[in-house]
Design a protein around this ligand. Structure first.
Ligand SMILES: [Zn+2]
Ligand SMILES: [Zn+2]
Length: 109
């Protein structure tokens, strides 16, 4: 269930507790908990869940794991601002910039 990461990235920087996450994803809680332990790029802490507002063991997207290949700056959701190409993460504007540069190099050659 790798969409757990994308799901949490949409809520960054807020935390969700696993029961609320399961409810929002309309998945079974044990399956969501298993996915959480198997997924890299998440941050666990005692925090306020954005959904039930309880202070509890909660999880959020760990933005330090998401760095743009071009500018090496953090890629922050929403997902419209970035893309994943060949396993690399790119800001949309960084991707456009390298595409423009490739186009220029081809004209010079
Ligand atoms: Zn909650
Ligand atoms: Zn970038």
């Amino acid at each position: 269930m790798h969409q757990v990461l994308e799901f949490l990235s949409a809520y960054y920087p807020r935390y969700l507790c696993p029961p609320c996450l399961a409810k929002l994803m309309t998945e079974q809680e044990p399956a969501v908990r298993a996915a959480l332990t198997a997924t890299a790029g998440l941050e666990f802490a005692t925090a306020y869940c954005m959904n039930c507002e309880a202070s509890t063991q909660a999880v959020r997207f760990k933005h330090r794991s998401m760095v743009c290949v071009v500018c090496e700056k953090v890629v922050i959701p929403p997902i419209e601002n970035w893309m994943r190409i060949n396993e690399g993460l790119y800001h949309s504007r960084c991707w456009d910039r390298i595409q423009a540069r490739v186009g220029r190099d081809m004209k010079q050659a």
